[in-house]
Design a binder for this molecule. Sequence first.
Ligand SMILES: Nc1ncnc2c1ncn2[C@@H]1O[C@H](COP(=O)(O)OP(=O)(O)OP(=O)(O)O)[C@@H](O)[C@H]1O
Ligand SMILES: [Mg+2]
Length: 256
Amino acid sequence: MGRIIAVANQKGGVGKTTTAINLSSCLAAKEQKVLAIDMDPQGNMTSGLGVEKDNVENTVYDLIIGKAGIEDVLCREVIENLDVLPTNIDLSAAEIEMIGVENKEYILKGEVAKIRKSYDYVIIDCPPSLNMLTINAMTTADSVLVPIQCEYYALEGLSQLIHTIELVQERLNENLKMEGVVFTMYDARTNLSLQVVENVKDNLEQTIYKTIIPRNIRLAEAPSYGMPINLYDPKSSGAESYMLLADEVIHKGEEE
Ligand SMILES: Nc1ncnc2c1ncn2[C@@H]1O[C@H](COP(=O)(O)OP(=O)(O)OP(=O)(O)O)[C@@H](O)[C@H]1O
Ligand SMILES: [Mg+2]
């Protein structure tokens, strides 16, 4: 059965979506069957994978409010081996609409359960908050992958995130694991990036991925072309690093 990985950090702009998009597409390029789920109303994962988010018939919003089944929301083979559950700003209303709904923490899980056997990996991009959409991602997931930006305040908010993951483990999803931490936007020209990496390694007991994602302008450009980095510029340092991250994720899964 496929592995479901939620990419989460309530801190904004740390590279969640960039990681979710490019890990998904690099896994797909390595012959893995992948489902990418966009749980952020910003819809950046959707558009970054080339889906026109405002022109799709159904979105994750319709799924969450029970208006559409998962098969009717799926955009199939957006890229070879990669399907997408698309999202747009409509999803921002779901939080309110879920109030009072029974088992609202498990809506996504129930839908994904219907199709997860078709996939090797399901990658979920979370919004920058610890809201009910993130909780839905964490009840669905087997593990949480946490991108950490190599900047001065890198560790800020991390203890809250780890606490949230522990609460979900205790109360909602006892199988949830910490997949690990991945450093993003590493700038080899500054000492700061190196210090952040060393500091986090010293202070964090979590698994840390060996692959460090460099700051690479091609990674920032690719979404405006609706392309993941391995298609936009396969020779870039960004593409090489996300390919290595995909290898690490695959090998980690084989060890378990
Ligand atoms: N390794 C990188 N090199 C250069 N730019 C990057 C890199 N990773 C992310 N970016 C850029 O930094 C910005 C924030 O990245 P991204 O959208 O992936 O973060 P996020 O955590 O998903 O943000 P949000 O919290 O808003 O969802 C984007 O403009 C993105 O293109
Ligand atoms: Mg994002």
